[in-house]
Ligand binder design. Sequence first.
Ligand code: ATP
Length: 233
Amino acid sequence: MLELKDVDTAYGAVPMLRNVTISVGAGELVCLLGPNGAGKTTTFMTICGVVRAQRGRVELMGKDVAALGTENLAALGVGVVPEGRRLFPGLTVLENLRLGYDAVSGGKLNFEAQLDKMSSLFPRIRERLRQEAGTLSGGEQAMVALARALIGEPRLVIMDEPSLGLSPKLIGEYFEITQEIHRCGTTILLIEQNAEMGLSIADRGYLLVKGRVAQEGPAKELLSSKAAKSLYL
Ligand code: ATP
């Protein structure tokens, strides 16, 4: 569903990603790990076409992202949870969810039924539907951002450091929900700094260090590897 092949990305003259090759197949939960400044968000931006790859190729659902354009990713069935949630703060929770639904579903699903699904997955959302998103707590915003990405039933969800700023209890809840979504068949690329949590629910993982893939493999193997351990010990 997602493939990065030998991707280089730079900010002006400063190289950031080097030779990055990453794939996410249908049904997988893949975790992209890395310390601060490793290039995780740059990878996310490159996948979404916000930052252009200088070399190599980025494909989503077999389509070249550079030719496709960022604005057309949702219609392909790609849901995103950007770093910092990026809700529309002046719109209500319901309006934020409606935008996510309209972008991804292509009008093929029933909005009320999808809203019910999201309310059972995130029980606190139901009582907050009329509240402005900007007035929600950080934890509530995180849940709404995920619900907004999911409500149109995307085939692939890409999440950029969703656990950032959440309390340990909420992080636990968040990862349980992510696991549940995966069990129900959604393909996920989870970009995370929390290696232990990320790998504990992933099938496979990639470790990004200084813009390069330093290690990759089954999540269990990466979890016990020295390089990944140095990230969380
Ligand atoms: P973190 O976990 O801290 O969010 P990250 O792995 O997501 O880190 P990136 O945000 O991809 O890292 O940043 C990688 C490097 O690229 C950093 O050194 C950052 O300062 C630099 N960088 C990011 N965006 C830009 C930009 N627009 N212009 C110039 N440099 C940038």
